[in-house]
Write a protein that binds this ligand. Sequence first.
Ligand code: NAD
Length: 487
Amino acid sequence: MKPYSIEKARNYINGAWVQSNSKEEIIVYNPATGERIGAVPSGSASDVDAAVAAAKKAFPAWSETPAAVRARYLFDLRNLMEAHFDELCSICTQEHGKTFEESKGDVRRAIDNVETAAGIPSLMMGQALEQVAPGIDCVSVRQPAGVFAAIAPYNFPSMVPFWFLPYAIATGNTIVIKPSEQVPFSQVRAFELISELKLPPGVVNMVQGGRDVVNALVEHRDIVGVSFVGSSPVAQHVYERASATGKRVQALGGAKNFTIVIDDCNWEKSVANIIDSAFACTGQRCLATSVVIGVGGAYDRLKRELVEQAKRITVGYGLDAGVTMGPLISETHRARVISYIEKGVKEGAELLLDGRDCKVASYPKGHFLGATIFGNVTSAMTIGREEIFGPVLSLMRADSLDEAIKIVNAHPLANASSIYTSAGAAARRYTHAVHASMVGVNIGVAAPMSYFGFGGAKGSFLGDLKAHGRESILFYTNSKTAISRWW
Ligand code: NAD
């Protein structure tokens, strides 16, 4: 497959590819090779105005289109994505850096959401009860609400916009997508496939760019709701600005995911699973294990075995055979992760494995960083507290499961959390007590499938209805209840 390249990404508005009104551009490089892939416009409020106007115009007819007809477009989209699966995966690896295998997961989850949303005639059904009083019946239905916006982060270029787009249009709404300016091309290719569907113009739109586009979307008077995924400070900003202008918001923010290990776990499987959770996608997953707490005697064995296995990770370009960990997204982010490693050393954590010297000879311009593990980390240390979003794993000790739960629940972020044990009672206690709302029992990345809700708790999620699953249908619709009597 030849390398993906594009001069400059365009916006997709009203069923056509159009140039952005902004003159400034952001250049996108392959994070492994350092080669330029293409550019993306910085974007402007007038781009957003054009996209929202198209979406608003398309809404009345689209919202009246029968659900089964809307679903047929999604069946076709699913087939097109399947037919272009390897190509979508390759673009994902080239712009993001994750391995080809990891990109398969990214694109597969995007397709999963299209498949789930294609069940909309059943998913969108309301409730009915006859005879709520003598001769009186009651029917409650879900109706589309209008124009929505979805704003995505860089770490899942294919999947995250598809947490929203399929459900928004399946429920009869129209939408404007803003991909991450760091990884815009997976969505460009996805929208090229979407353009083959011959959807009515304006049902789906895409505006490329950075914060100016976000700020125009969250304040736009013709947008009724915003789905956001990204870091917690930006989630807070989006939540405040969008709700101040009367919109419904689901804002999925950052994470600090804790994993508990009890000595009675299946060691071989658990350690392999934790390594995958911490270092796959180079630690740039919102569900990645960031801190492992060894309970009692588990700590010393964990320390030994995790370091041993992490040394087997092969860092390189994700399209090359045998590579198990790609680069970080940018040199800026690499420098940020290294500054966390430096803070860890300075604040007294025990550096058990140091990835800072990692070099990949064939790709001197890649933003590579090797797997890094710290022991004796405490919640008071910066690396024990803040989201690092890189291949850095911290080990903590706890004397008991209760102490471990206390450490986990004291953290202001609560996205995902896992426990490794063979004891049902410990697993049950943990699942019940932990604040995180995506919980894994002997599962390192507790990512709910598309037919369940996805989203964290506390500072990791602002809003009330989560992404995909049943909650997504509620987010994208208004309820209407009709009570009738016929004399
Ligand atoms: P980010 O917050 O920097 O960017 C997310 C989006 O917000 C991008 O589209 C970007 O253009 C925009 N943005 C950035 N700064 C902005 C600003 N000041 N004003 C307005 N808009 C702005 O996030 P990222 O670095 O792209 O992604 C990584 C973060 O996303 C991590 O914190 C990770 O935990 C989080 N994340 C969370 C989930 C989840 O399900 N909770 C899933 C994936 C990623």
